[in-house]
Design a protein. Structure first.
Length: 462
């Protein structure tokens, strides 16, 4: 969403570009943050955006480019041409550079990599060698290394000299001669230490690392667990190969949360932001699930067909089918949503299945009792006002109330156990979405309803 300032600047900037008053354009952009400039560029026609981007100071241009949405990045690279595009990509931080190249078509990315300096090409190709969902893709090789035999004064002088090229200097990393990580130190520790003290004397030999091949969700969990702004990344031998910083983790956390929410809504996760997703992709992502859920709903028709004779004898039973379906679907959806989130933040795992089941059964008993009583009272009230007329109102009320009681307990079990089962099978628990659980509850809920009806109403209504 554009800020009011951006909305006011947009027509003014367009006018300045059209009048070729580029100095004023540069001055107007210089007072803005990179994220705001990115929003402003995305609101312009691509030709005007290209002109405005070329005018930006070099040190600001890279920050702005990394804030742009992926479709806009591609369009801007096309507008800038091969030579200028290569310089733009090379000017990005290594992790941002890889993120952009990863989204570009191979035929576009390959020439851009070839135009880089040998050192940047080596770094970029090394990061691209990791799996797209791994920690290795998030890391940057720009960090400060120090040695344990140095003095604190030597280390601080080293930070002053090389820290400007680092992603962050909040944390510095102590490495052995072979590149193995042996400790990490917060900058506060160095600043408050005796300048003549050895680094080895202020080390605590306690540090937490990420493995380059770990899933990137592990980085999100570790950063939150240890409340760190940066974490070291090592390879299988313990060699320090990079660091991951909080800004990258924030982006990943947002992407993963968005993906889980979309899956919980009963669809495949979108590969790009909503506004830049084509109708074709939208139909594909949503249509597959809808077709599958539609097919599952056919089972509900089958259940209704099986109990067709009972429905013909007691049409009044059909009046309460929506209530039955809603009770089961809502209960199952609640439980599934709670468990999916609990799994995502590692509050629970499959080993706790019995503890979870016991809690859900107790919860279901209480909720089932409350909703069951409401079901009984609803039937009695509707019968009293003539909306659901029957001579056996009390038996019908007990049938609806009893069915709701059983269905609510069943819904809590289905909703809580399905995500755990999917995790055990190596599937994404978020795929046990609300629509899927609701559909399963529709089928099983109707079966329970008619089974209870046959049990309690045979010889009266049936």
């Amino acid at each position: 969403m554009k800020s009011p300032t951006i909305q006011l600047l947009e027509p003014e900037l367009v006018a300045l570009i059209e009048s070729k008053d580029y100095r004023q354009v540069r001055d107007a952009l210089a007072i803005l943050e990179p994220a705001d400039i990115a929003d402003l560029l995305e609101s312009l026609e691509i030709e005007a955006a290209g002109i405005a981007y070329r005018i930006l100071p070099r040190e600001m241009a890279s920050d702005v480019f990394s804030e742009l949405e992926q479709p806009m990045q591609e369009s801007l690279l096309d507008e800038l041409g091969d030579e200028r595009s290569a310089r733009v990509i090379e000017g990005l931080e290594p992790d941002d550079r890889v993120a952009v190249l990863d989204e570009l078509p191979v035929e576009v990315a390959t020439p851009l990599i070839a135009r880089m300096s040998p050192e940047n090409r080596r770094i970029t190709q090394a990061i691209l060698g990791y799996d797209a969902e791994s920690v290795g893709r998030l890391m940057t090789p720009d960090y400060v290394r120090i040695r344990e035999q140095w003095t604190v004064a030597h280390a601080l002088e080293h930070i002053r000299r090389y820290g400007q090229d680092a992603e962050t200097v909040h944390w510095v990393y102590v490495i052995a001669p072979d590149g193995t990580l042996i400790d990490d130190l917060h900058i506060r520790t160095l600043l408050l230490a005796d300048p003549e003290a050895k680094i080895a004397d202020i080390m605590d030999d306690q540090f937490v690392t990420l493995i380059a091949t770990d899933d990137r969700e592990e980085a999100v969990r570790a950063m939150a667990r240890y409340n760190r702004t940066a974490m070291p990344v090592v390879d299988s031998l313990g060699l320090l190969v990079g660091i991951v910083t909080a800004d990258d983790i924030a982006d990943v956390a947002e992407e993963e949360f968005t993906e889980d929410v979309q899956k919980l809504g009963g669809m495949e996760a979108l590969d790009s932001p909503y506004t830049s997703t084509s109708v074709k992709d939208m139909v594909r992502k949503r249509g597959v699930w809808l077709v599958g859920l539609f097919a599952l709903q056919l089972l509900s028709i089958g259940v209704m067909g099986i109990f067709d004779e009972q429905l013909n004898k007691a049409v009044v039973l059909a009046l309460f089918v929506p209530l039955i379906i809603a009770s089961g679907g809502n209960t199952g959806t609640q439980a599934a949503s709670l468990l999916v989130r609990a799994i995502a933040v590692e509050e629970v795992h499959i080993g706790l299945w019995w503890r979870i089941m016991r809690k859900e059964i107790l919860t279901g008993l209480i909720l089932g009792t409350v909703l069951g009583v409401m079901g009984v009272l609803t039937v009695l009230m509707l019968s009293a006002i003539g909306f659901a007329h029957t001579e056996h109102a009390h038996q019908l009320a007990m049938t609806v109330g009893g069915a709701v009681f059983v269905i609510v307990i069943w819904g809590t079990l289905i909703g809580s156990m399905l995500p755990l089962v999917m995790q055990k099978l190596g599937l994404d628990p978020a795929a046990s979405s609300a629509p899927l659980v609701a559909t399963l509850m529709d089928v099983s809920g109707l079966t329970i309803y008619f089974a209870v009806a046959i049990l309690l109403l045979s010889g009266t209504i049936l």
